[in-house]
Write a protein that binds this ligand. Structure first.
Ligand code: ZN
Ligand code: FE
Length: 253
């Protein structure tokens, strides 16, 4: 299986999975760039996978499903028009046409029913985990999002995580404010800045890199706690409070 980034809108990545002439798409926010990528590569679309209900992830779902007459998978806990199969934690998806199988994780926080697809050494994480960041809490609580990120953090370190936005450099700048003493973060900044200078995606990222540099996965690290408490102006009672503080800080950064 090969995985291609199809850029859309300002900073979205729609992920196209290709195997022997067939393709599946994860989070088709727009049909047009997916149709163009399919035509360019001579591929037949055989499945659609959605992580959550936001328009920049499902805006092209119905048109693609209608054109290709293919199944559309998505979260059981969200109202998404055009889904043919609803998924929740523990379900397994044999992706039609691709010969690959993913398991489903519930990862609420960004939205209430957000799911992730995990398998074959990769994870499609939507707007839950970003490179060096995480999604905004539109429908969930800090405790839910912390637990969702912890699930993803437990995947094997070499797992390649595919998120849906190129937010990495802004996230790294925030990470430096939280953890100015993190040498691995500085090294990552140089590496990812070089990729952006070549107009390459910084995504996918490894879970190991996220554990080493993503402040939202590091809420038990002394420097992250100290920065969060300084920003809050008070002592914080544990990793979920630290997470809540830096998530709110990032919103106004
Ligand atoms: Zn979203
Ligand atoms: Fe999004």
């Amino acid at each position: 299986m090969r995985i291609h980034a199809v850029p859309a809108f300002q900073d979205n990545y729609l992920w196209l999975l290709e195997n022997e002439g067939k393709a599946a798409v994860v989070d088709p926010g727009d049909a047009e760039p997916i149709e163009a990528a399919l035509a360019e590569r001579g591929l037949e679309l055989t499945a659609i996978l959605a992580t959550h209900h936001h328009g920049d992830h499902v805006g092209g779902l119905k048109a693609l499903a209608a054109h290709w007459k293919c199944p559309a998978f998505g979260p059981a806990g969200e109202a998404i028009g055009g889904l043919t199969q609803k998924l929740r934690e523990g379900d397994r998806v044999k992706v039609p046409g691709l010969g690959v199988e993913f398991s489903v994780l519930d990862v609420p926080g960004h939205t209430a029913g957000h799911i992730a697809y995990v398998g074959e050494g990769v994870a499609f994480v939507g707007d839950t985990l970003f490179a060096c960041g995480c999604g905004r809490l539109f429908e969930g609580t800090p405790a839910q999002m912390s637990a969702s990120l912890a699930k993803l953090a437990k995947l094997p370190g070499e797992t390649l995580a595919y998120c849906a936005h190129e937010y990495t450099m802004a996230n790294i700048r925030f990470g430096e404010a939280v953890e100015p003493g993190n040498a691995k973060l500085h090294a990552r900044k140089a590496r990812d800045a070089a990729k952006r200078a070549r107009c390459e995606p910084t995504v996918p990222m490894t879970i190991a890199d996220e554990l080493a540099t993503n402040p939202f996965l590091r809420c038990s690290e002394p420097e992250v706690i100290a920065s969060a408490e300084r920003h809050a102006g008070r002592a914080l009672a544990g990793p979920v409070e630290v997470f809540a503080e830096i998530r709110a800080w990032k919103n106004s950064f």
